[in-house]
Design a protein around this ligand. Sequence first.
Ligand code: OGA
Ligand code: NI
Length: 334
Amino acid sequence: MSCLLSSNTPNNEIPKTYVQPPDQRPGLTKKINVPIVDLNDPEGSIRDIIKASRHLGLFQVINHGVPLELMNNALEVFEEVFKLSPEEKAKVNKENDINKICTLYSSTFHFDNEITHNWRDAMRTSCESLEECMKFWPEKPERFKDIAASFVIALKELGSRILASISQELGLGAEYLVGNQLSKDSTLIVNHYPPCPDPSLTLGIPRHTDPSLITIIQSCHVPGLQVLRNEEWFSVETPPGSFVVFMGNQMEVVSNGELKAVEHRVVNATEARTSVVFNLIPSGDCIVGPAKALVREGVGELYKTFNYKEFFSAYSAPKTQALDHVDVVQALKI
Ligand code: OGA
Ligand code: NI
């Protein structure tokens, strides 16, 4: 395991390996108005979801059915993982977890091959078969497994509701995107961005799109998430009690470009920030491609058809240049 920043955060100067090239560094940004979708409003919600998805590729959901107490407990128990002693943290990467179902790491999976490190620690776990995955989850804090499992179950349900609405409104029928291989798997990523002595020089996560159909994000009160629109970065607020939902690159492919994946990044702050990111993704053996019903005459298929596991290994391969992942996603276009 690479040395976790949260175990040993430099408190004055930024180590050179964390300093971003000048053209990647964060500058001043405006706030973006994220459309609010009220899931309690049966009239508006489906229409609002699709309107927001088409317009910006992201929206904020309220009245989503996930209890506030569960959201708060989950954020709290996830934050605690990064406060464990280095010995306890080391135990999270269990030796018998040969498939790396649950891992705690710093920056990316490829710390040793990076040119510039991200100012970020993370814990990533698959959630496909909860019972199986839970075996590899941290044993401490003691309430971790109970709370995290309830949180994952709630987010799977919320994700299915949102996907069913999108599927319906795209004209694919509610079941095209839900209850099958296209959204069978999910991953939970807890990001922890330690206090940064100079946030003008670093990034928590550089520019990327998520490898998901949709991504559901919850964040603590410290801002950091930014989206790219017309080559300009805007900061996104994630108010307590709400989730922000992003279109991922698999949605862009399946919808044949009707819904675009959102390019985003994370900037650091002098305060610590924790975010919880839930990705709804296809199963490894799923073949992903544009839905036939959305391939219009005269336009044709705008994206290739591919195996998800192969896409994901290219997506998560070591990056040698800052924008490599964008090329992997670009390569999906015909
Ligand atoms: C991610 C991501 C956003 C955040 O983990 O892919 O974009 O706010 N995180 O931490
Ligand atoms: Ni992301």
